[in-house]
Design a protein around this ligand. Structure first.
Ligand code: CA
Length: 281
């Protein structure tokens, strides 16, 4: 599993690198968006990109936008500071799958990556437990990962918000069904993660695809935002219900005839969303 890590602070890069390697992942590092784009052009896209927002030159948001445009299937997680509330929303609007707020623990980092992996159908988690809950007797880098404190980001004040250190148990892998589910005019092929409206294929990000699959499989039923959050992002997700709304908005742009008057994905006020059973068209 190849992970592109774009971060200009060497201390944070080192912290993330140690934990990725410890989980048998292959980190590819860049200190700027420009360098990251060169790497991707030379080596091809990674499975997942971890993007710092505040970078010299092009910002992480601009990089997110460029990568999302070119690689809809790529997983993208933003690394943000607590003060960057608006940037988080903008990143989600640009198609990021998730964000992790600095300072984060190894356990949280790996839980977010694992949750995204699940959305990408890359397969069940096979790596060792995250460093925060690792077995003793680790040597060298691994031991450093277990004890190292998350370096404070230089561009923003460090916050002491406790990150969840208890690692979530690995979710059971759900075998993808090869059957095409049909809810005219939509057709969904879970096995290869594709969605069509009439004969037009709709290109979805890993997160959008998981959300569409959840709602379409339960057509006609209201699904609460809490349930969507836990089904799509994971039971132990520590985040904001806004990620649900932003992704619904992105999906509506793609599936609705008129996204300002949604008729396919209805809002159930104060509760959640429902994929309408009587699709127009
Ligand atoms: Ca930075």
């Amino acid at each position: 599993m190849k992970i592109l890590l774009v971060e200009d602070e060497e201390a944070i890069r080192g912290f993330v690198r140690i934990n990725l390697k410890r989980a048998d992942m292959e980190p590819v590092e860049a200190g700027s968006a420009e360098q990251a784009l060169r790497l991707v052009a030379e080596q091809g896209p990674p499975d997942i990109a971890l993007l710092d927002i505040m970078l010299p030159g092009l910002s992480g948001l601009e990089l997110c936008s460029a990568l999302r445009e070119a690689y809809p299937e790529m997983g993208i997680i933003m690394l943000t500071a607590k003060s960057q509330e608006q940037d988080k929303i903008e990143a989600l609007e640009l198609g990021a799958d998730d964000y992790i707020q600095k300072p984060f623990s190894p356990g949280e980092l790996m839980a977010r990556i694992r949750s995204l992996q699940r959305r990408m159908n890359i397969g069940a988690w096979r790596g060792p437990a995250p460093a925060a809950v690792a077995a003793p007797e680790a040597e060298g880098e691994a031991a450093a990962a277990r004890t190292a404190a998350m370096p404070a980001p230089a561009e923003a004040e460090a916050h002491g918000a406790p990150a969840p250190s208890a690692a979530a148990p690995a979710p059971a892998s759900v075998p993808a069904s090869a059957a095409v589910r049909s809810g005219e005019p939509f057709r969904l092929a879970p096995g290869d993660r594709r969605l069509w409206k009439h004969d037009r294929e709709i290109v979805l990000t890993p997160t959008e695809w998981s959300l569409v699959k959840l709602l379409l499989e339960r057509r006609g039923q209201s699904v609460s935002r809490d349930e969507i959050l836990s089904e799509v992002w994971g039971r132990y997700y520590v985040g904001d219900l806004k990620v649900v709304d932003v992704n619904i908005r992105r999906i509506r742009q793609k599936v609705e005839d008129d996204p300002s008057e949604p008729a396919i994905i209805e809002t159930v006020w104060g509760f959640g969303y429902r994929w309408n059973r009587s699709d127009p068209g």
